[in-house]
Ligand binder design. Structure first.
Ligand code: PLP
Length: 440
């Protein structure tokens, strides 16, 4: 029967997923697919976790929804406190939304309003980075820079958004030390601020570990602390978008905790927050931003933003259960161990491609990318989509990064075992070999 859904590709027939258990998804024709990317780094606890399901169902029975214009709720309050407690003083308030894009939009609006409260309404500009992805709504698309996703809409995107270079030392830093590369990036950002007018920039937004577009690119060692220092000197708010790389995905609760340890002024989280059991995202606010809002509210100013489903009780109850399990089962340290195993198993499996085509790996925790290096030159064009399709046919789902790199992102559930890591790697390597043979 023809699908009634407006799918991403209308010419493609999508298999129907009907159930899930652990790291596997099952289709209506009985195919078992190892979820090697947790969708898009979402299903961190895998599928069919009865504890999370029970928490959501119990909450639904007690209270499914109460609009935040009138009420707060126990699960939202409790989840906010848990996140604040696990962030070691970095944040003092949280607001919950449904998607990562909504969280990014909200963070940008909070930044703007922070400056209005502080008597600097002229701060309107937002600086993002090339090849970043911050979501699909118009503001988030404008903040990011992923050409295929934004080009059709560029006439609709605000001219208040500006972009500087990405931080991708392995690709862009050839012939330079890491320090010199970092100096260049920081001085480029400073020049951009000076050109725009230092008192007109509201915020800078970055993914601490690049995700959807470039595939798990960690920054150079002191890039994030230097960025925070630069932004602070100019009174600019720094936003870390951890929608994809946060919530344990790279082996720490927040990615920035391993990347210089400096907290942002605002942070977005999503995806792994509800782990796919509920659509939930959030913006985390540093005490200094909260202070501006408190001052504003004394003057009867209001945060003029809100979404119908923000702070949804069922979403927050599910995410509370996710947090409980992450801690009790020490899953974030398991992410570190399984991430290293995945890298070493893939490296072993891809040895001949590494030697012949300079195929490389990068990433942290269970956020790992295989970059096809020179393979696309030798084999007549990009391979990532074809390899991902072949991998799927052979029983595993992996994520295609695009368009700036020819690469595949692995982001399996945190509960993955060593045996399942080996299975994922074997399926992927066999798919790559099949595609290589076809292309030769
Ligand atoms: N921010 C980042 C870093 C993302 O990777 C994504 C989605 O991939 C988003 C924001 C948007 O999240 P959503 O698709 O839930 O709107």
């Amino acid at each position: 029967m023809e699908s009634a859904i407006l799918h991403r590709s209308l010419g493609k027939a999508y298999p129907t997923a009907v159930s899930g258990q652990g790291v596997y998804l099952i289709t209506d024709n009985g195919q078992k697919i190892l979820d090697g990317s947790s969708g898009a780094a979402v299903s961190s606890l895998g599928h069919g976790n009865t504890e999370v399901i029970e928490a959501v169902v119990t909450q639904a029975r007690n209270l499914s929804f109460a609009h935040t214009s009138f009420f707060t709720s126990d699960p939202a309050e409790e989840l906010a406190r848990v996140i604040i407690d696990r962030s070691n003083g970095a944040f003092s308030k949280v607001t919950f939304l449904s998607s990562g894009s909504e969280a990014v939009e909200t963070a940008l609006k909070i930044a703007r309003q922070h400056h209005i409260y502080n008597g600097e309404p002229e701060r309107i500009h937002i600086i993002g980075r090339m090849h970043a992805y911050h979501g699909n709504t118009l503001g988030a698309l404008a903040a990011g820079n992923n050409p295929p996703r934004r080009d059709a809409f560029s006439p609709l995107l605000s001219s208040a958004f500006h972009h500087v270079s990405r931080c991708f030392y392995d690709a862009d830093g050839q012939g330079m030390s890491e320090g010199v590369y970092e100096d260049r990036l920081i001085s480029e950002i400073e020049s951009k601020i000076e050109t725009l007018g230092p008192k007109t920039v509201a915020a800078m937004i970055v993914e601490p570990v690049g995700g959807a577009t470039l595939g798990s690119v960690p920054p150079t060692r002191t890039y994030l602390p230097r960025l925070k220092d630069l932004c602070s000197r100019y009174g600019i708010l720094l936003i870390f978008d951890e929608v994809m790389c946060g919530m344990g995905r790279v082996g720490s609760y927040h990615a920035w905790q391993q990347l210089g340890g400096v907290a942002p002024d605002l942070q977005t989280i999503g995806k792994g927050l509800g782990a796919g059991y509920q659509p939930l995202s959030a913006v985390l606010l540093a005490p200094k931003v909260v202070a501006a809002f408190e001052e504003g509210s004394k003057k009867s100013l209001k945060f003029t933003s809100g979404h119908t489903f923000q702070g949804h009780s069922m979403g927050c109850a599910g995410a509370l259960a996710v947090h409980r399990i992450l801690k009790r089962d020490q899953l974030i340290s398991h992410v570190g161990e399984m991430g290293m195993l995945l890298e070493s198993v893939l490296q072993k499996g891809l040895l001949s491609e590494i030697n012949e085509y300079a195929v490389s790996m990068r990433g942290m925790g269970l956020f790992r990318t295989v970059d096809f290096g020179r393979m696309q030159v030798a084999l007549g064009g990009p391979l990532a989509q074809e390899v991902a399709d072949e991998t799927f046919r052979r029983g595993a789902a992996v994520y295609t990064c695009s368009p700036a790199v020819d690469a595949i992102l692995f982001a399996p559930p945190f509960i993955i075992t060593a045996k399942e890591v080996a299975e994922l790697s074997d399926i992927f390597v066999s798919a790559l070999r099949a595609v290589t043979k076809r292309r030769k």
